[in-house]
Design a protein around this ligand. Structure first.
Ligand SMILES: Cc1cc2nc3c(=O)[nH]c(=O)nc-3n(C[C@H](O)[C@H](O)[C@H](O)COP(=O)(O)OP(=O)(O)OC[C@H]3O[C@@H](n4cnc5c(N)ncnc54)[C@H](O)[C@@H]3O)c2cc1C
Length: 121
């Protein structure tokens, strides 16, 4: 049975539901010859990563990108599993049992120290 067909869709797990995760899903869904099912796993219950938690409320035009993400999330082949931390609740080895591809789009979850005096002020 051929992979990425309606008989056997490509099963993709995307870890992280921020912009990078949604753009990865969009790129997959745009390939009409590729039949895929996409599952998002996100550490937080809510999606959109730092667009929700980082971008300031007065930057509404930037936050408007979530309308595009809503459309992607509403696609019948896309599912969303919130409150799941990969590496704690599920391992990569477990995901590999069920998915053909695993995309990590987890952003930068901690600050990178530059080692300069006063940077912690
Ligand atoms: C304070 C602040 C203000 C900003 N303002 C702007 C702005 O005005 N304009 C602009 O263009 N950009 C702005 N940015 C930058 C923008 O938010 C980021 O560039 C963008 O969100 C990065 O997208 P991403 O998908 O790579 O990561 P993120 O948005 O960080 O998404 C990563 C996702 O992965 C999830 N995740 C992480 N680890 C795991 C795990 N182990 N298991 C499951 N899920 C996991 C997280 O919960 C998150 O949902 C701002 C950022 C910050 C911090």
């Amino acid at each position: 049975m051929n992979l990425a067909t309606s008989e056997r869709p490509l099963r993709v797990a995307i870890i992280g539901a921020g912009p990078a995760g949604f753009y990865a899903a969009e790129a997959l869904l745009k390939q009409k010859e590729l039949i895929c099912h996409i599952d998002f796993f996100n550490r937080l219950p809510t999606p959109y990563g730092l667009v929700r938690e980082g971008v300031a409320p007065d930057h509404q035009s930037i936050k408007a990108v979530t309308r595009v993400f809503d459309k992607i999330a509403g696609n019948a082949v896309v599912r969303y599993f919130g409150n799941v931390t990969i590496g704690r609740d599920l391992s990569l080895a477990e995901l590999k049992l069920y998915y053909d591809q695993v995309v990590f789009a987890v952003g930068a979850q901690s600050d990178r120290s530059m080692g300069i005096p006063g940077e912690d002020l």
